[in-house]
Design a protein around this ligand. Structure first.
Ligand code: HEM
Length: 197
């Protein structure tokens, strides 16, 4: 189901998909437990990894005292911490901490909106699949080359580009998540009904 006008969606296609299917609340305002459970049950992600990533998200861009985060931009439902000690929690769309440069389908923050899907970037990725994939199917080699070329382009065009160790690991990890968790395989059994209508 497409998100409504006030529903939050952001830079992560995995979390956006979970919200579109109602596997986490459709308004995109979620807790550590929502993310953890949905990632494990719907994507078969390991429990340790799910806990770590969900906790990092809420700690870095949410309100850990409320145990809430927006998977997109700022939300009035996710209040600042007492005394406003860390400003307004930006949600996952806010650049820095979690969202970073050299994304596969999102722009670098220096060039504007860094959270919305860019069809032209996706089209470019598909040309790599044509050139390097197996009969047009995306393989690890496609992502390795696509990501590295994006990195070189960012270095040459974006003086404010950052790609620190954590981002490097996540950047390549995100490509791995796509390969592992979103394969185009034969139809399996239908998923159980979604809890958030
Ligand atoms: C479990 C909790 C998860 C959290 C907190 C999370 C969070 C994020 C965030 C903040 C980004 C943006 C990073 C950037 O700047 O590019 C991102 C990107 C991404 N996520 Fe997730 N994610 C999670 C799970 C998943 C899952 C389950 C999948 C796949 C099924 C997934 C696939 C991706 C992909 C492919 C990107 C890269 C998008 C791009 O570079 O254009 N994520 N995620």
């Amino acid at each position: 189901m497409a998100p409504g006008p006030t529903d939050m969606r952001g830079p992560c296609p995995g979390l956006n998909t979970l919200a579109n299917h109602g596997y986490v609340p459709r308004n995109g305002i979620v807790s550590v437990d929502h993310i953890m459970n949905a990632a494990q049950v719907r994507f078969n992600l390991g429990s340790g990894f799910s806990k770590a990533v969900a906790s990092f998200a809420v700690l870095s861009r949410g309100n850990p005292m409320l145990n809430l985060i927006s998977i997109g931009g700022e939300s009035a439902l996710v209040h600042p911490l007492p005394g406003n000690i860390d400003g307004i929690p930006g949600g996952l769309s806010k650049h820095g901490r979690f969202e970073g440069d050299v994304s596969m389908t999102r722009r670098d923050a220096a060039f504007g909106d860094c959270a919305s899907f860019q069809p032209s970037m996706f089209a470019n990725l598909l040309t790599y699949a044509e050139k390097l994939g197996q009969d047009g199917i995306v393989t690890p080699e496609v992502f390795v080359n696509y990501r590295f070329d994006l990195f070189l382009q960012s270095i040459s065009k974006n003086p404010k580009m950052t790609f620190h160790e954590g981002r490097r690991a996540f950047g390549y990890g995100e490509a791995g998540l796509t390969l592992d968790l979103m394969p185009d395989g034969p139809a399996g059994s239908p998923p159980p009904p979604c809890p958030y209508s």
